[in-house]
Design a protein around this ligand. Sequence first.
Ligand SMILES: [Zn+2]
Length: 222
Amino acid sequence: MADIAEFLDGFERFRERYFGGDESVFARLRQGQSPQALVISCCDSRADPGMLLGAGPGDIFVVRNVANLVPPYRKNAELPGIRADIEFAVKSLNVERIIVLGHSGCGGIGALMAGAGVAAKQFEFIDEWMSIATAARERVLRERAGEPPAVQGKACEQGAIALSLENLMTFPWIRERVEAGTMTLHGWYFDMDAGDLMGYSAETGRFAALVAKARGAGGQEK
Ligand SMILES: [Zn+2]
């Protein structure tokens, strides 16, 4: 994007597509939204969930934050933040799936792996936010001591996704739905080095490629 005019051109194309020849899309969506999935993804400009998943208007309810983190359930938090977004998607929109979508080369995870205080030299808020995933970092340093930073970073990116899935299960109204079989949690990882989409398996504790598998075969069936 070289110029702001390109954003306006982009909106023109959007309007032509959804309000021109195919106005039926917004004729329906004007009445309300009923997305099937809540996607929690990183703010990274290379990991836009709508683009990655080919979603159109009304298809996915998206929450984005640095490193696609979900904090544990907590009442009376100073500010509920993402907890409010999740609550609306679950209780009001009745989403059937929650997808935590992480990615390789994540700057937030890079700051976490660099260690407390490194990001603080430049940023006011990153360290505190990333502390949600401290357990993922500690596990990597314990289990992958001595491995190259790139390997540790990727392991932490994937470990933080698994941790966010665990944290989602601490929300009582999510646990209820998952246990009743009306909601499924998925941990996905966009590997932009390989161009793969990986899915987390709770049984194996590992990520495996989803691309070659049947659609919907991956993810976490907790
Ligand atoms: Zn990221």
